[in-house]
Write a protein that binds this ligand. Structure first.
Ligand code: NAG
Ligand code: NAG
Ligand code: NAG
Ligand code: NAG
Ligand code: NAG
Ligand code: NAG
Ligand code: NAG
Ligand code: NAG
Ligand code: NAG
Ligand code: NAG
Ligand code: NAG
Ligand code: ZN
Length: 669
């Protein structure tokens, strides 16, 4: 059906122009008419998505429009190819779907910190519609127009990418160092690789990738991103909002009804029918693994995320989802039947019922047949860190970490390398012809940076690098290296850097915060890395010049007298002595009995030999936060050239999807 007048709007009225910043009425919707996907969205041809339209009628606060008290329910929504706006169509007829019913709800929001302190939220009434499971096939720009409230207009200019790529990959491995920045790679190289007169004698595996790019991680409504919306960008090609997994965040109270976008895993399964692997050192319901199948505006819907791995989207299924071939990580609490598992069910049993082999420790993982779909859950919560598994092993003795749910400990945990190599074997065995997509995440680079535990974070980064090295070798051994695109990147950064060296012996001998700071050496007094120890009995310059204990390309000594002065750009109150934390991951700040529970103070039993650093973050922060920086992208294999340069995080999705030929140029139904 054709719309005669509503299509071409020349002088459109706009009601509502929010100026909110700290808080927004609704991200990516500054006016009172909202379109999701919003203006500037990109699409892979044939990628399934939902459209959410909302009209807002503010009831009080600064945005009230006199006379507009009920949100317009008779809005129109049209779509046209850019340049052909006269030939525009009502969206339902354009997409050949039924006109959706009107939905209604209210929500409140704070306009600024004063309103929050006074607890006076602004109330908004909403009328909305959702067009579910639609797709655009023909490349080009499309103008979506929402006309509401007597001629107010919101437009979105959407781009369906013209996807052309000479090369084609059979397999893709996406390594994500969560929170990993170039500064962290530089620091990891410094502590794990020997340097002679300023020249490294060995390099990181990432350093050897032929193509390097930078991705910009900003989200649609904030310049600092979290792992949920950055994972959404990497996996769907659509930037989203903080906490959102595979959806745009709408204003409705239901966290599961938000407009969804088909992910790379769902596309690969539907279009190529290949095998999918998801590996993480985090609890497996966490954002980076979860965003491959989950579609919710609330990343904390952990039980739901785990159910989505197995069953696809709650109440709503993209075509033919049947679960990943490999799912390895921590997070047993969402599998053991309890209030933390979805509907209280036993998810080990749910996976077994669908034919999965379930393994709960590294011994069983290594012995598992490569022919079976495999679920491996190796601990409650996040998995143990490399530094604790390899150097300070007594820290593994934490009760109630047993993934089987006993009160015991998870002592036999695999590392990222063991999980990743086994995943490749299973994926390759199960999908020798159609290929595989594997996401392998070093999650605790981020988790340890958050708690200012730089040694553990760099240990995780070096484990990722060791995993990449082993993966390249393994792919060569099984004859898949040249058909596999390998992309190593991060989802966002932290404001980490190293600014000098620290003489911990001198620091220990001083008293007083100001004197202790004299132990820091900058510029020429920073010296050289003491984490690699020269083997003095070997001839100078020989390969035997190093003593390796934990294995090649890891530090020999994590507790040298001369350490690194590492730090974050912003932080809670904490103490620094720049020494490795031998008793387990660091706790920089604590809430204290007798004070408000979200009021964090320095942890006085942390880094006792050091000095106090007063925080710069709000006192409600008990740890560090993400930062603005672009993050590196290392690429090797088919289509590698597409990853050079500076681009948006969503471009990684389009490059991978195109290299895998996942675009669909006409409806398949
Ligand atoms: C919205 O708020 C109004 C009060 O302003 C109330 O009467 C109405 O029931 C609410 N509607 C919903 C759907 O919550
Ligand atoms: C708006 O109305 C709600 C509900 O009546 C009330 O709680 C809130 O304080 C009001 N906000 C403002 C900014 O007046
Ligand atoms: C639209 O215009 C009509 C007629 O002028 C008026 O009665 C109605 O309140 C207006 N509606 C909105 C949402 O502004
Ligand atoms: C839509 O976006 C494209 C690409 O940015 C641009 O060339 C085009 O002019 C835009 N169209 C409109 C109507 O804004
Ligand atoms: C899914 O279905 C359940 C029960 O059938 C219901 O409680 C829930 O609200 C539904 N969720 C969505 C997003 O429709
Ligand atoms: C590992 O799991 C197997 C069962 O899959 C079990 O028999 C074995 O005892 C476990 N080993 C450890 C160290 O927990
Ligand atoms: C583990 O810790 C418990 C106390 O929590 C202790 O009794 C036990 O001896 C420890 N085991 C090992 C192997 O260190
Ligand atoms: C774990 O220990 C608690 C007491 O701390 C006990 O009540 C519970 O029965 C134990 N659970 C198992 C599975 O042994
Ligand atoms: C140190 O170097 C000597 C001479 O090359 C060699 O025999 C010895 O094994 C090395 N020590 C270690 C711990 O690698
Ligand atoms: C600290 O905060 C946590 C999480 O909010 C809370 O469970 C705990 O009771 C608080 N502790 C104190 C001492 O306030
Ligand atoms: C930290 O801040 C407190 C006040 O909150 C002040 O008394 C103290 O001197 C500060 N310490 C340093 C090292 O800046
Ligand atoms: Zn983080």
């Amino acid at each position: 059906m054709r719309f005669s007048t509503a299509c071409v709007v020349c002088t459109a009225a706009v009601i509502g122009q929010a100026t909110a910043q700290t808080f927004q009425r609704l991200g990516a919707c500054p006016t009172l008419g909202c379109i999701f996907p919003p203006d500037q969205s990109d699409f892979l041809p044939g990628q399934w998505f939902d459209i959410r339209l909302e009209t807002h009628a503010p009831q009080n606060g600064s945005e009230v429009v006199p006379g507009y008290t009920l949100p317009d329910e008779k809005f129109t929504f049209t779509i046209a190819k850019d340049g052909q706006q006269k030939d525009c169509h009502n969206a339902a007829s354009f997409f050949k779907v039924a006109e959706p019913a009107i939905e209604r709800w209210n929500f409140t929001w704070y306009e600024d910190l004063f309103a929050q302190a006074a607890k006076t939220p602004s109330l908004v009434k909403v009328a909305a519609k959702a067009y579910r499971k639609v797709a655009l096939y023909e490349p080009g720009n499309y103008i979506a127009t929402l006309t509401y409230a007597n001629g107010s207009v919101t437009q979105a200019n959407w781009t369906v990418r013209d996807t052309k790529m000479m090369e084609k990959a059979k397999n893709v491995i996406l390594f994500i160092g969560d929170g990993m920045t170039t500064n962290m790679v530089t620091a990891a190289r410094l502590i794990a690789h020997q340097s002679v007169n300023g020249k490294y004698q060995t390099r990181m595996a990432m350093d050897k990738f032929p193509v390097l790019g930078h991705q910009m991680t900003h989200s649609i409504d904030s310049f600092i991103t979290d792992s949920a919306n950055s994972a959404t960008a990497l996996y769907t090609g659509h930037k989203s909002s903080v906490n959102a997994l595979g959806v745009y965040a709408d204003s409705s109270p239901d966290p599961l009804d938000d407009p969804k976008i088909q992910s790379i895993a769902e596309l690969f399964h539907e279009v190529r029918g290949g095998a999918i692997g998801i590996v993480s050192t985090a609890f497996i319901a966490d954002a980076t693994p979860g965003a491959l199948t989950a579609h919710t505006r609330a990343r904390g819907q952990y039980g739901n995320v785990v159910d989505s791995f197995l069953n696809g989207i709650t109440n709503y299924t993209w075509p033919s989802w049947s679960g990943p071939d490999v799912l390895f990580g921590g997070g047993a609490e969402q599998f053991i039947p309890s209030s933390k598992s979805f509907k209280g069910k036993d998810y080990y049993q749910e996976f077994r019922n669908k034919g999965y082999n379930v393994v709960l420790n590294n011994t069983a993982l290594q012995a598992a047949p490569t022919t079976e779909r495999t679920l491996g859950i190796f601990s409650v919560s996040n998995m143990a860190k490399w530094l604790d598994r390899n150097v300070y092993k007594k820290n593994l003795n934490i009760s109630k970490t047993d993934p089987a749910g006993s009160n015991g400990t998870a002592t036999d945990q695999p590392g990222l390398k063991e999980m990743t190599i086994k995943a490749i074997d299973i994926l390759h065995k199960r999908s020798p012809d159609k290929g595989f997509f594997l996401m392998s995440e070093a999650a605790s680079i981020d988790k340890m940076m958050h708690v200012l535990d730089y040694d553990r974070a760099l240990g995780e980064l070096l484990e990722l690098d060791d995993t990449i090295k082993a993966t390249l070798q393994h792919l060569a051994d099984i004859g898949e290296l040249h058909e596999t695109l390998i992309v190593t990147t991060a989802d966002h950064g932290h404001g980490f850097d190293v600014t000098g060296g620290v003489d911990t012996k001198y620091m220990d001998a001083q008293s007083g915060d100001r004197k202790k700071r004299d132990a820091v050496g900058t510029y020429e007094q920073s010296g050289l890395s003491q984490y690699m120890v020269a083997n003095r009995s070997a001839p100078i310059g020989s390969d035997q010049n190093l003593v390796y204990s934990a294995g090649v390309d890891f530090p020999v000594n994590w507790d040298p007298r001369y350490t690194l002065q590492s730090g974050l750009a912003t932080f809670p109150d904490h103490r620094e002595n720049y020494r490795v934390h031998k008793n387990g991951p660091r706790i920089p700040a604590l809430n204290v009995t007798g004070f408000s529970s979200n009021n964090y103070y320095v942890n006085y039993i942390d880094a006792v030999t050091g000095f106090l650093v007063n925080g710069t973050l709000p006192v409600s922060a008990d740890q560090g936060v993400h930062s603005l920086t672009d993050v590196p992208v290392f690429a090797q294999g088919p289509c590698q050239a597409a990853f050079g340069g500076v681009y948006n995080n969503v471009d990684i999705f389009y490059n991978i999807a195109t290299c895998l030929r996942l675009q669909r140029t006409k409806p398949s139904h």
